[in-house]
Design a protein around this ligand. Sequence first.
Ligand SMILES: Nc1nc2c(c(=O)[nH]1)N[C@H]1C(S)=C(S)[C@@H](COP(=O)(O)O)O[C@H]1N2
Ligand SMILES: [Mo]
Length: 330
Amino acid sequence: MLIKKQTGIEIPSSQLTPQSLYLSRRTFMKAATAVTVAALLASCAPNEAETAVPAIVGTVEGEGETAVIPSPSTQTDELGNAINSFEEIANYNNYYEFTTEKEDVAELAAGYPLSPWQIEVSGMVKNPGVYDIDKIRQDFDQEERVYRLRCVETWAMVIPWMGFPLAKLLNKVEPTGKAAYVRFETIHDPDNMPGQKSAWFEWPYIEGLRLDEAMNDLTLLATGLYGQELLPQNGGPVRLVVPWKYGFKSIKSIVKIELTDKIPTSLWMASAPNEYGFYANVNPNVDHPRWSQGAERVIGKNGRQHTTLYNGYAEQVAHLYDGMDLAANF
Ligand SMILES: Nc1nc2c(c(=O)[nH]1)N[C@H]1C(S)=C(S)[C@@H](COP(=O)(O)O)O[C@H]1N2
Ligand SMILES: [Mo]
């Protein structure tokens, strides 16, 4: 298996601005009381999705030192879409465990401990077990996958992930014949994740996939991006990436994976079942109840572009939904 090497572009720290200088930290309580549950995931979309992209920041290690912004091995995805900068990907985040303010996640999540870390794999499997993240990194070769990410709020990015197909882990634990779904759970740590003190949601964050979706080669367990380990704000140390579904399916900081015969109820299905369904496949023809899904804004680019069915991955995944009513199964 090919393992892509990290290259680095060196930028003197004098050219980078510490994010503390201009990222104002809005408290979570302020954000939480300002919006209603119905408006939450959408609080930024589609109107606010049109506001300025947050200031670009880099990592500054200290006076006179050099910050290294790593580079991926490619500048585009397989369709020629330019990848987003590391700064954009690391500073414009949805991560409600910390805050609903996308520009403040990086600062609030900075230093969140990603080690030690374990994932419990349980339920309808022949080989249940607790997997240490270091062992996972050792046992599964990390590949680079450049994927488009389309948030349900209508913004989009192109991200060079590092990771491995979830199918490899599932094959190792061997789902039994009864297993039909995979349920994922984010870490529950309200003492260190201020957003989890909010009563708007039932924590922890839950997501789910049908087993055949989970086994699809596109479905990734990501452990890095831009050739380095995932930062806390991007869901480190390990998160799901399902590029043909809206971004909220790509659950961050996973501690539990359970194989089950029951359809999992995600945090979003529990919060607003009329707005967020189980499938959440990117589909320009099925609008969100409160806005169109026909177009999207790529962070860092001007204007809007048409959204494509399955986010451009129809060739790989359309067969999973043959004969299904995509509007009913939204
Ligand atoms: N645990 C958890 N996972 C999450 C979220 C979250 O709030 N909590 N937000 C989701 C949403 S809405 C999106 S668009 C993506 C954003 O990933 P990024 O910040 O790495 O771009 O993460 C998804 N995974
Ligand atoms: Mo999202």
